[in-house]
Each structure stands twice: as C-alpha cells, then as structure tokens.
Ligand binder design. Sequence first.
Ligand code: NAD
Length: 258
Amino acid sequence: MLDLTGKKALVTGIANNRSIAWGIAQQLHQAGAELGVTYLPDDKGRFEKKVGELVEPLAPTVFLPCDVQNDQQVDETFSAIAEKWGKLDILIHCLAFAQKDDLSGDFSATSRQGFNTALDVSSYSLTRLAHSAKPLMTDGGAIVTLTYLGGVKVIPNYNVMGVAKAALECSVRYLASELGPHNIRVNAISAGPIRTLASSAVGGILDMIHHVEATAPLRRTVTQVEVGNTAAFLCSDLSSGITGQVIYVDSGYEIMGM
Ligand SMILES: NC(=O)c1ccc[n+]([C@@H]2O[C@H](COP(=O)([O-])OP(=O)(O)OC[C@H]3O[C@@H](n4cnc5c(N)ncnc54)[C@H](O)[C@@H]3O)[C@@H](O)[C@H]2O)c1
C-alpha cells in the first residue's frame, strides 16, 4: 500500500546514525523513493565524509552541502535538483539549531542574537526551502517537518527552541494554505524525545526521556524508525487528505494531563 516508487525525495538534517532524518531516509528508501541528501558543511569536511558513508547504502542520486542560513547554498541545492531530477515530490525538513546557552537556565536571558539564530535555522528555513521546492513540485508534493511538544507547552530548558517550534508549526499552517491549491501538502510530526546530537544540547534530555517512559500511555519513548514510518505515510497517497497538521508520534504522551 505504501509505495513511493518513482518519487524524488530530498532529505535534510542527517548528521549521524542517531538522526531522526536518518530514520526517515531509510523508510522513504524502503518504500521505493529516490533520495537526495543534504548535509551541513563544516570547514574540515567531517559531515560530508560521515554522512556520505552513512547514506551510501541508500544510493542517493543527489548529495550536496546545504547550510539553510546560506541562501546561495539553498539556491544551488534546488538548481541541482532541477537539473538532475527536473521535479521534486517530497521535501523532508528535519533540522534545528539553538545556542547551547539558550537551552537551559532562564528563558528571559535569551539574547537577541540567540533568538534570531534559533528562529532563522529552526523555523524560517522551512519557509525558505518550501519556496524553492514549490516550482519543482509540478505533480503535487509532500513537505514534512519535525517539531516538539515544547512549541505548545512549557518543557523545562527547551526555552527559545519552544518559541521556534511554535513559529514552525504556525508556518506549516500558512504554507499548507498557500500550497494546497497546487496539491502540495505540508505537515509536521511532533516526535517524543529521542537521544540525538541536537537533543543532547537540551538540558536534562535524559530526564525527559525517563519521564516519558514512566508516564506515556505506551510506557516508552519512540524510535527514529517509528518517526520515519509516519513520515513515509505523510509523503504517500495514503495521507492524501491530510495537510496543515501536527501529528504526534510520542507514545501518546501529549494526551496526558498528569
Ligand atoms: N531528538 C528529539 O528528541 C526530537 C524531538 C522532536 C523533534 N525533534 C526535531 O527533529 C529534528 C532533527 O533533530 P535530531 O533530533 O534528529 O538531531 P540531529 O542533531 O541528528 O539533527 C539536527 C540536524 O540539523 C542540522 N542543522 C543544524 N543547523 C543547520 C543549518 N544551519 N543548516 C542545515 N542543517 C543544519 C544538523 O546538521 C543536523 O543534521 C529537529 O528539528 C529537532 O528539533 C527532535
């Protein structure tokens, strides 16, 4: 039923084998999609090497550096897709960043620069990538981003990233409204806490995971592959009537009041 054969999918946000984007890429590949992968470049080329080796078994036909704060790299990414594929069906936005100092302590101490950086990388980037993807999604398309409960409720230490996720979730609704007439669907997955490079920067992530394990209806947190399965569903025709939504993949934690 879940068949993405012939679909061209761009996956952003793979840093290592713990990345949620890696779980998503694997499930899209398994469903038959042809993959393009971008990575965050660094001076020593470490991510290029590491991510390149990791994704090799998925045989991506596009593999490019793309820092979402760098408009030139974003433009080059989509030009390369236009040249290589001529169209795009699926865009996975699975990235975020905030300075470590802003992910613990008093929220009111967030600096202007820290606020701007978190919102630029973690929220605005979705709009920027969607804008570039829109003209390539000529057969319709699916855009999926990753969010967290901290954008809706107060989660200790999540701080400015909570504000960024609130902006991201709102952006999903505005983008879904704009792109719906083009048959492009835009949805977010709100994942439960998972240990990754990014989540390790949030103060007390292990406590968050243990709390979910103790109180969520399923009495455990979720895996990257479970998030990947939901992403594959949201990119497939099985979810053709769903857009502008935030789908919780969190073992049910979000429904609990106490
Ligand atoms: N891990 C969790 O508990 C959890 C829960 C809910 C949502 N999320 C969200 O999932 C997404 C992926 O995070 P993850 O937990 O897999 O961690 P991760 O560290 O594996 O992924 C974060 C990615 O963001 C990329 N990135 C950072 N700045 C960038 C920039 N300027 N340009 C391009 N890429 C940039 C990094 O290179 C990395 O690949 C994030 O949006 C995160 O907020 C994570």
